[in-house]
Design a protein around this ligand. Structure first.
Ligand code: GDP
Length: 299
């Protein structure tokens, strides 16, 4: 929690200082409510959440004196309420062998790092893990995945640069099936600027996976970078359309002033939030906890 709290301190300072500035020796009236609404929207929480929070406050406290502490508490409780239903851990079905996770997201979002962190976590839980370097166009992506494989003891299935990603996915699933591997994580390309091409590529990957296991992929996990703020919303929308996302990992919540976007994402997409990334190290992945997040965000 302290890691998340210090990570989110930029978000929470901005919110807490803003709340204090608005509510020092002032009543809860139309003017202060409007200022609070603006503050929440600027902090990326989105208009629906900002409206819910200000309406909840107005209902109980309109025309009364209110302290900044009370406002922050109301904020934390509203954020926790909207995020709690989305607090869903990623459960691996040990019967699947392999349980297949298709990992999607734009380049730079922290997808490969998240795969590495998850590989360590699953290995620590006694699961055997295999990785597939499905971003076949980026040499750096393949190399980085190999490094994570070495670090975590997970075999990495690779092909030459420019190889067909679906062919690679097929080989990886076959290998994982034959070796009785518990979890297979398939990295994918993140070229959202070529949406059509990426859509075709991901659709083809899913098609070939299904040839070997009709129930797969068992999760399509979208990695989003918190520091991009509102852009996370358009990325989520695009990958929903392209790949049918089943859950989220939000990275880089350490040291960003934009943690509030998770609330806007929740409102818009209602996607389960599995994990948050709070650093670059292998241990810097936490199960998402709505209460802790809400408290860290509201200061
Ligand atoms: P990919 O292109 O989506 O695979 O992104 P990478 O996994 O290569 O990550 C891009 C950069 O973000 C790297 O420098 C990572 O170390 C960094 N990164 C990933 N997750 C986190 C996180 O939770 N916090 C911080 N501070 N950096 C992260």
């Amino acid at each position: 929690f302290s890691r998340l709290r210090s990570g989110l301190s930029k978000s929470s300072n901005r919110l807490a200082d803003g709340v204090t500035a608005i509510f020092t020796k002032r009543r809860l009236d139309d003017e202060t409510l409007e200022e609070l609404h603006d503050l929440l929207v600027t902090a990326d929480l989105g208009v629906p959440a900002a409206t819910r929070i200000t309406e909840a406050l107005a209902k109980d406290k309109f025309d009364k004196e209110i302290s900044d502490v009370e406002v922050r508490e109301a904020l934390a409780s509203e954020v926790a309420m909207s995020l709690t239903p989305l607090e869903q851990s990623l459960t691996i079905d040990r019967e699947k062998k392999p349980h297949i996770l298709l990992m999607v997201g734009v380049n730079g979002a922290g997808k490969t790092t998240t795969i590495g962190k998850l590989a360590r976590k699953f290995a620590d839980e006694g699961l055997s893990v295999m990785l597939a370097a499905g971003d076949t166009f980026r040499a750096a992506a393949i190399e980085q995945l190999l490094v994570w494989g070495e670090r975590t003891g997970a075999p990495v299935v690779t092909k030459e640069i420019g190889a067909d990603a679906a062919g690679l996915a097929y080989d990886a699933v076959k290998r994982a099936q034959e070796s009785g591997t518990d979890v297979l994580m398939i990295d994918t390309a993140g070229r959202l600027q070529n949406k059509r091409e990426l859509m075709d590529e991901l659709a083809k990957i899913v098609r070939v996976i299904k040839k070997l296991d009709a129930t797969a992929p068992h999760n399509v996990v979208l990695t989003l970078d918190a520091t991009v703020g509102q852009n996370a919303l358009s990325q989520a929308e695009a990958f929903q359309e392209i790949a049918g996302v089943t859950g989220l990992v939000m990275t880089k919540l350490d040291g960003t002033a934009r943690g509030g976007v998770l609330v806007a994402l929740a409102d818009k997409f209602s996607l389960p939030i599995h994990f948050i990334g709070v650093g670059e190290g292998v241990e810097d992945l936490q199960e998402f906890r709505a209460d802790a997040f809400a408290r860290a965000l509201s200061g």
